[in-house]
Design a protein around this ligand. Sequence first.
Ligand SMILES: C[S@@+](CC[C@H](N)C(=O)[O-])C[C@H]1O[C@@H](n2cnc3c(N)ncnc32)[C@H](O)[C@@H]1O
Length: 246
Amino acid sequence: MSEWTYHDALAQFGIGSAHPGGYGLTKELLAKEALTAKTRVLDCGCGTGRTAALLAKRYRCKVTALDRHPLMLEKAKRRMAKEKVRSVRLLQGDIENLPFADNSFDLLLAESVTVFTDLGTALREYARVLRPGGVLIDLDMTAERPLSARELEELSLVYGTRHVPTEEEWRGRLEQAGFDLIEVVKGGSVASALAALTEQQAADAQDIDPSEGIDTQLYEIFAAHERVTRQYRHRLGFRVFRAVVK
Ligand SMILES: C[S@@+](CC[C@H](N)C(=O)[O-])C[C@H]1O[C@@H](n2cnc3c(N)ncnc32)[C@H](O)[C@@H]1O
């Protein structure tokens, strides 16, 4: 059994915008928000920092980007240097115990990360660090119907997830954590997302920064990810939740 994780594979290959809908969807979501140079944004689970760089460059927001994975942060740092973005504060940290005071941010982005954490703890942390009235945009893996224990076990072998909520379950979790005005602004099954993939999105997906000498086991993790994606294309999907802290 490999000691490597799915996130190690993403980090070693240095994949930017590692979420359904990719960079195109991120740009679409941000364009709908009233972002200014005063907006304090936290990108939780920022990966290689593609969204954080966009927020700083296009919107001049005050951006903090946090990830647990040291190699992701190294690659995010390299991106900021390459793209001459000096203002992003990059931090190593755990979403389940965010290193920020209460009411520190106006907007919190979580692109394909919350599902990998303890949901209740992570969502309560998001609500705590956002100011009252602050906005959460959470793009997350969602089950199209409740999954059986065997299905969850199979997914956890690839992703290390403990649970994959349905849309209804996500809504309930968000409410319990103190969010209100919960909307689903985008989403669908993996099958529908693949069918809707445009040439532009495919081109946008080409944002990689691979490490040297990648272990062959990491290719196997990707092969398992692709197999599961195909196999579960009607049972798994994603939703973009937009919610406001009470
Ligand atoms: C699927 S990737 C998505 C990265 C990025 N948001 C993007 O869209 O490209 C998930 C990221 O979440 C990070 N992550 C997972 N669990 C975390 C946790 N508990 N605290 C902080 N980061 C975490 C991983 O290291 C990885 O970089």
